[in-house]
Ligand binder design. Structure first.
Ligand SMILES: Nc1ncnc2c1ncn2[C@@H]1O[C@H](COP(=O)(O)OP(=O)(O)O)[C@@H](O)[C@H]1O
Ligand SMILES: [Mg+2]
Length: 321
């Protein structure tokens, strides 16, 4: 595979600083697979693969340079698996989700959902997405907000399904309320209900709880763990909260700083169902501490790189002065 493919741009290539390279016209072959630095456990085991990124490179052309968001990412999520994606800000976590949601195309490499391009599942409304901001329609009731995907898919609204989700997310008394009458946590729950309403096969969550206070967030985590254990939907959760990642996932992947690539994979063997009791156990804390240390060292490296970039810029400016 890929013998004739041109080599990818290594993160240390001349001109690459902080994930930004000088404009590069090099063609990157789709399906490139020549990288030896991938993290072996980032791809799933013998189970059925639901989501797959293979050798994915994503560049964003800017005015005079190119931002490298992802630099050779390989990851898979098995059918029915819950994977958390952790990483410092700007490392490409949202880009991974946007590629899987069919909102972006990779510069090189392969993105597949159930073996097909993501657009196929999106078109068939088999994908549920909840992003950082709940994006509920302010003038519509909670029940109507949850019903939106039926309307978008041109299907009759299934009121029984909406009632079931209102119950599942603890919002049954708020069906007729407007979003502004609900707390942030309740709106996030409604957004998750909306993502689930068409019984998606895949759920993509991009920091859905990041605007919540710590106590509400923990409660939401436990609720999501419960909902997930009932439905076993293939889920990829992007978060920068290590406890949240560990509490929910079967596997945690850590993306390195800019540009992103999978740096570490952790299989989470903690027993299910996951409850708040688990968060007080030493095994949970040991895992969280270890992953936090890994993330911290990555952020420190990224800062050191930024520092050396700034220092060389200052030297260059002094040279000109
Ligand atoms: N549409 C875009 N145009 C230009 N650069 C982008 C765009 N989207 C993301 N990026 C850049 O790609 C990198 C990764 O972004 P993102 O995936 O949002 O990171 P994360 O979600 O991990 O914080 C960042 O450096 C960001 O500035
Ligand atoms: Mg993001």
């Amino acid at each position: 595979m890929g013998e004739s493919a041109p080599a990818p741009i290594p993160p240390t290539a001349p001109g690459v600083e902080g994930g930004v390279v000088a404009d590069n016209k090099e063609e990157l072959a789709p399906g490139f697979d020549g990288d030896t630095r991938r993290e072996p456990g980032a791809t799933a085991g013998p189970g059925q693969v639901a989501l797959e990124l293979s050798g994915v490179i994503k560049h964003f052309p800017l005015r005079r340079r190119t931002a490298v968001a992802l630099d050779g990412v390989d990851l898979t999520v098995e059918k029915g698996e819950f994977v958390s994606l952790l990483g410092p800000s700007g490392c490409g976590k949202s880009t991974v989700l946007r590629l899987l949601a069919g909102l972006e195309k990779p510069t090189a490499g392969r993105v597949r959902m159930h073996g097909r391009p993501p657009a196929a599942l999106v078109k068939e409304h088999r994908l549920g997405i909840a992003f950082q901001h709940h994006a509920l329609l302010p003038w519509a009731s909670i029940a109507e907000n949850i019903a939106l995907p039926f309307r978008a898919a041109g299907r009759p609204v299934d009121r029984a399904r909406i009632a079931e989700l209102l119950r599942l997310t603890g919002l049954e008394d708020f069906a007729e309320a407007r979003p502004r009458q609900l707390s942030g946590g309740m709106c996030q729950r409604a957004a998750i209900a909306r993502a689930l309403v068409l019984n998606p096969e895949v759920l993509l969550l991009d920091e859905p709880f990041s605007s919540l206070d710590a106590v509400t967030r923990r409660r939401m985590n436990i609720e999501l763990a419960r909902i997930w254990s009932e439905q076993r939907i293939t889920t990829l959760l992007v978060t920068h909260d290590v406890e949240e990642a560990v509490l929910l996932a079967d596997r945690v992947l850590i993306l390195s700083g800019r540009p992103g690539r999978v740096r570490h994979v952790e299989q989470i063997g903690l027993r299910r169902p996951r409850s708040s009791r688990l968060t007080r156990e030493p095994e949970f804390h040991e895992t969280v501490d270890r992953l936090t240390a890994l993330l911290d060292s990555d952020i420190a490296h990224a800062r050191a790189d930024e520092g050396s970039t700034a220092r060389s810029a200052r030297r260059w400016l002094r040279g000109r002065g």
